[in-house]
Design a protein around this ligand. Structure first.
Ligand SMILES: NC(=O)C1=CN([C@@H]2O[C@H](COP(=O)(O)OP(=O)(O)OC[C@H]3O[C@@H](n4cnc5c(N)ncnc54)[C@H](OP(=O)(O)O)[C@@H]3O)[C@@H](O)[C@H]2O)C=CC1
Ligand SMILES: O=CCCC(=O)O
Length: 291
């Protein structure tokens, strides 16, 4: 199978590499073109623009930072819309809001193409290992065509029905994750300040009902103040913002998520946006704990 791949950040690079390793022919494009080099060394071809990738490939996948990037790659000059059409499919796996997905979907359909939104749960390592959870919605025929690729990228794919449901599901999941990260960080600070060993807290948590891969993976590095980015904090804050907006639209009160968002915003204002989202711990340490 041949696919185009737009966006070679932390996630896109790992996902495109995975497709190459499994025998897919992949044509890549990234705004900063030099980031294509590693994929070319693995056998990828390069397109000069999103439009040229879509012209070459029947199916094109995108993995971009946020709604503004997702829209720009489709609607701007040399964008996806210039070449999408009958018989071609576009799959956006970026985390965006439902309105962004719907806008792209309408435009692609108007040109005769098919569109699926397919954001993912799972971070850098699951992307490298093909263990993502894919939250797709939109054109079912295109989804079915993409299953061979989704089976390589992920351990499970959900088809969630109408356009926007993938984005909404992803935002709900990440809203919970961002709130959990704040509660976890507060717990580490509280343990430390009240004379307990935060390391022992990690051991206790890992044996009980709230054990989870995030605490297990992030806890030790948070205690060391080490935040090598797997999931950049600026993206987690974007997801909190978009989830809170979904809450506004549906009149759902989310005080816990709103407080977590404030901590992520504070972290961004301190210049921590490019670090891992667990760097929010630095903010919470600064307000009383020492982790
Ligand atoms: N990292 C993670 O753990 C996970 C991330 N996600 C989501 O996946 C998406 C990608 O995340 P991740 O790979 O971590 O992000 P990165 O910040 O590592 O990569 C972002 C990508 O978007 C591109 N980009 C940004 N702005 C524009 C623009 N205006 N026009 C064209 N391209 C643009 C960047 O290009 P350039 O290289 O030129 O800057 C880069 O390829 C995000 O929506 C994120 O929320 C979902 C699950 C997990
Ligand atoms: O959007 C990022 C999700 C990160 C994860 O699921 O571990």
């Amino acid at each position: 199978m041949e696919v185009g791949f737009l966006g070679l950040g932390i996630m896109g690079k790992a996902m495109a590499a995975n497709l190459l390793r499994h025998g897919f022919r992949v044509t890549v494009w990234n705004r900063t073109l030099s980031k294509c080099d590693e994929l070319v060394a693995m056998g990828a071809a390069v397109g000069d623009t999103p439009a040229s990738v879509v012209a070459k490939c029947k199916y094109t996948i995108a993995m971009l930072s946020d709604p503004s990037a997702a829209l720009s790659v489709v609607f701007d000059k040399d964008g996806v819309l210039e070449q999408i059409g009958e018989g071609k499919g576009y799959v956006d796996m970026s985390t965006v809001d439902a309105a962004t997905s719907c806008k792209i979907s309408e435009a692609v359909k108007q040109k005769g193409g098919a569109f699926v939104e397919a954001p993912v749960s799972g971070s850098k390592k699951p992307a490298e290992d093909g263990q993502l959870v894919i939250l797709a919605a939109g054109d079912k025929a295109l989804y079915d065509d993409m299953v061979p690729a989704f089976d390589i990228l992920g351990k499970k794919s959900f088809f969630l029905g109408e356009m926007g449901n993938g984005a909404k599901m992803k935002l709900v999941v990440n809203m919970i994750m961002g709130s959990m990260m704040n509660a976890f960080s507060e717990g580490l600070c509280l343990a430390d300040k009240s004379g307990l060993s935060p390391q022992t807290l990690l051991d206790v948590l890992d044996l009980g009902a709230i054990a989870n891969p995030m605490f297990k993976m992030k806890g030790p590095s948070m205690l060391q103040g080490s935040y090598n980015p797997a999931f950049p904090l600026k993206h987690q804050q974007k997801d909190m913002r978009l989830a809170l907006s979904l809450g506004d639209e549906n009149a759902v009160s989310m005080p816990v998520a709103a407080a977590a968002n404030e901590a992520f915003k504070k972290a961004r204002s301190l210049g921590l946006g490019d670090l891992d989202f667990s760097a929010v711990h630095e903010v919470l340490k600064g307000t009383g704990g020492s982790g």
